[in-house]
Ligand binder design. Structure first.
Ligand code: PLP
Length: 414
């Protein structure tokens, strides 16, 4: 019998996932490291509570009206079949939602909207629509890497645009080199931004439209968190004059409606881009289950759900940033999302020094059983997520008090 190692299968893996080295690489990736550190910390402190600020998804169920709609729709024979590129009701609901929540009234639901099985696969498909070998995708970093990964898989190149604090965590489009501008076909933006929590102003988006036009680039604005804004109205790239001529925006029901596992999103904007997406999508999947799309219609028609969710994250983020500010961190309320992105300290008094955010994050897990996500792409920061689990309001306060107690024992140096 051949062992898994000398099986011919191992030699057949494509280079894009590591070739013959697939599964054998020694390098451990960030999220795997976090998982391992969590397991080790829990094993070292049996029965202790881990405060999990590391998760990137809502801690609660979808709202009852959405769940009930699914329960009813799942019984109906007309919903049983392939949904292909989506049902008309969902496209119309998406257009209504853009109008009601974002004031965007220019989207034709016949030709300018299509659904996706979550925004992740939509982002994964974009390079298939536009990227030939040698073409460039401009990606903001730190950020959600999916469109960059698939760009490389199609033989394209990724040019990273760093998001720096001094620039409001916006990319400096003027600094994109001439060669990259010439070869770039796609520009990935994500505002409000994961992980920085930064929002983008209308003035920035106007600049983006101009940049895209001048350089013949398609803008893909990932609006996964767009509805989760604190203190200002949700804002859509599509509301900027000319946006529809240069790109699309991807909206997800995952975060705004507590529907991560349901897998539902939509992309709206330029008709030709949507047509290309429809073609590629048709070759990948046969659409999200119609009953889920109909539950999605209910969600999109009830944006008040998002207002309740936003109020909870805002309350939590204010408390979390308050604790961090008291300890000397430069923690500011984000414009949106559910993330708090703070510069790491150099070390703790009379103790550990941290060479990078990964080390600091590992320290918090192993010493304090507090889980966070480190980012070392453009400066060293850690991300605290307000989606930690709690059993109601009183328990939420207990978790926050416990966070304060554990962090309070440390004197940070910056
Ligand atoms: C910036 C960003 N885009 C897209 C996604 C994927 O969301 P979806 O559940 O719609 O696939 C996430 C999920 O964490 C995200 O953070």
């Amino acid at each position: 019998m051949t062992s898994p190692d000398d099986s011919y299968i191992q030699s057949l893996f494509a280079e894009r996932i590591g070739g013959a080295m697939f599964g054998k690489e020694q390098k451990i990736y960030k999220f795997e490291k976090i998982k391992r550190a969590k397991r080790a910390a829990l094993a070292a402190h049996p029965g202790a509570e881990l405060i999990d600020f590391g998760v990137g998804e809502p801690d609660e169920m979808a709202f009852p009206g959405v769940v009930r709609t699914l329960q009813q729709e799942v019984e109906k024979p007309e919903n049983r079949g392939y949904a292909d590129n989506g049902i008309q009701e969902f496209k119309e609901a998406a257009a209504r939602y853009l109008r009601k929540v974002y004031g965007v009234d220019t989207i034709n639901p016949e030709t300018e909207v299509l659904h996706g099985i979550g925004s992740k696969p939509v982002l994964a498909m974009f390079p298939a629509i536009f990227i030939n070998p040698g073409d460039v995708t401009l990606m903001t970093v730190p950020g959600y890497p999916i469109m960059g990964t698939h760009t490389r898989w199609y033989g394209g190149e990724v040019v990273n645009l760093p998001l720096r604090e001094e620039n409001g965590f916006l990319p400096d489009l003027d600094s994109v080199p001439a060669d990259a501008r010439k070869r770039a076909k796609l520009l990935y933006l994500n505002y409000p931004n994961n992980p920085t929590g930064a929002g983008a102003s209308e003035a920035f988006f106007k600049k983006v439209v101009k940049f895209a036009r001048e350089n013949n680039i398609i803008v893909v604005q990932d609006a996964a968190y767009a509805a989760l804004m604190f203190g200002s109205r949700p804002f859509s790239f599509l509301s900027v004059p000319g946006a529809k001529d240069v790109g699309v925006e991807i909206h997800s029901l995952s975060k705004a409606f507590n529907m991560t596992g349901w897998r539902l999103a939509f992309v709206a904007g330029n008709e030709r881009v949507i047509a290309g997406y429809g073609n590629v999508k048709d070759n990948y999947d046969s659409g999200q289950f119609k009953a889920i799309q109909k539950a999605g219609v209910h969600a999109l028609d009830h944006p008040g759900i998002t207002d309740e969710i936003t109020a909870k994250y805002e309350r939590r983020l204010r408390a979390m940033s308050g604790v961090l500010v008291e300890l000397g961190f430069n923690a500011k309320m984000p414009a949106g999302t559910f993330y708090l992105y703070v510069k790491m300290p150099k070390g703790v008094k009379d103790g550990r020094r941290f060479a990078n955010a990964e080390e600091f994050s590992e320290f918090l897990i192993s010493e304090k059983l507090i889980s966070t996500v480190p980012w070392d792409d453009a400066g060293s920061y850690i991300r605290f997520s307000a989606t930690f689990e709690s059993k109601g309001r009183a328990d939420e306060q207990r978790v926050l008090d416990e966070f304060k107690k554990r962090m309070g024992g440390l004197q940070f140096e910056f």
